[in-house]
Design a protein around this ligand. Structure first.
Ligand code: NCD
Length: 312
């Protein structure tokens, strides 16, 4: 059996079995990335399309490379330069892409629920590459993979997510994934950046970053999403950096071997200091590599692939 789900829309409704299958399949995929010849014929003849209505560096490039490493054909559409600018609707754009023979449609869109909307409209598999503030499941899966890679298992782990929780789809997907796997999740932010629904997500909420960091195994620092802040939720960036920025002193409150993660792009000097971002505990560039492996696993599993130990 491949995955129970036909699309990857979020981690809220995915089974633990599917999460574990994706993580297990990403392992042999990571081995391919490390080879000198990074190409296997597994998805030859398959078509992956990326439709991005928002900017992206890591997510877009890693889907492109994941498809290429597996020998799929990959075609990208961005809002700039396409008929999206002529006013074509999301549904019509997706139907057009599917009609050209796409097996997988990867969508990034500013509206929460955009990927779910397409899942009912098109015959191909839909992968949510970020929908508004809602979910960013492939980011959370690569974060889970990175944690498992270093810690061996999820048992007994404590993870602190620090920063702009309100606007963060990365936080929401991480919370769903980590809590499903039994991890203790703490979130810390100024009260204005803490959404009210957190209380029903089973996380511990802090406004003092030091308390959230005490004794954790993993720190996931989020970017302050300045482009999504409609009203002024913070007095000044300087004050945010002083009160919530993860620096050397704050990092030292976590376990000695704690991992320091950030989904990127980073605002160095705001949510994280350069010293910490470039320090020994940071696994930020590993996250990027793991993102390609996770996306290879998803493309493979959602086009009907079976879980394997090695891929040739
Ligand atoms: C994130 C996103 O777009 O949600 N970036 C990413 O995909 N690595 C986080 C962010 O933009 O802060």
């Amino acid at each position: 059996m491949g995955l129970q789900c036909r699309h990857l829309l979020g981690l809220e409704h995915i089974s633990v079995a599917d999460i574990l299958k994706i993580l297990a399949t990403a392992r042999p995929m990571k081995d391919i990335i490390k080879r000198q010849i990074k190409k296997v014929p597994t998805l030859r003849g398959r078509v992956v399309t990326t439709v991005f209505y928002e900017n992206s560096t890591r997510t877009k490039m890693s889907f492109d490379l994941a498809a290429k490493y597996l020998s799929a054909d990959v075609v990208g559409l961005s809002a700039i330069g396409s008929s999206i600018q002529k006013g074509e609707s999301l549904a019509d754009t997706a139907r057009t892409v599917a009609a050209m023979g796409a097996d997988v449609l990867v969508l990034r869109h500013p509206a929460s629920g955009a990927a779910a909307l397409l899942a009912d409209l098109v015959p191909c598999a839909v992968i949510n590459a970020g929908d508004g503030r809602h979910e960013h499941p492939t980011q959370a899966l690569l974060d889970l993979f990175t944690i498992k890679d270093h810690k061996g298992s999820f048992e007994g782990l404590k993870v602190a997510i620090i920063g702009d929780i309100l606007h963060s789809r990365v936080a929401r997907s991480n919370i769903w994934g980590l809590t499903k796997l039994g991890v203790e999740v703490r979130v810390a932010a100024p009260a204005t950046l803490l959404p009210p629904e957190l209380s029903r997500l089973g996380v511990k909420v802090y406004t003092k970053v030091e308390e959230a960091l005490a004794g954790v195994d993993v720190i996931n620092v989020l970017r302050l999403q300045l482009e999504r802040q409609k009203q002024s939720l913070l007095p000044t960036l300087r004050e945010y950096a002083v009160l919530y920025g993860v620096n050397k002193e704050r990092l030292a409150l976590a376990k000695e071997d704690a991992l320091l993660m950030h989904p990127g792009p980073m605002n160095r000097g705001i949510e994280i200091t350069a010293e910490v971002a470039d320090g020994d505990q940071a696994v930020i560039t590993e996250q990027v590599t793991n993102g390609v492996a996770i996306r290879m696993a998803l493309l493979y599993l959602l086009t009907g692939g079976e879980i394997v130990e090695t891929i040739n």
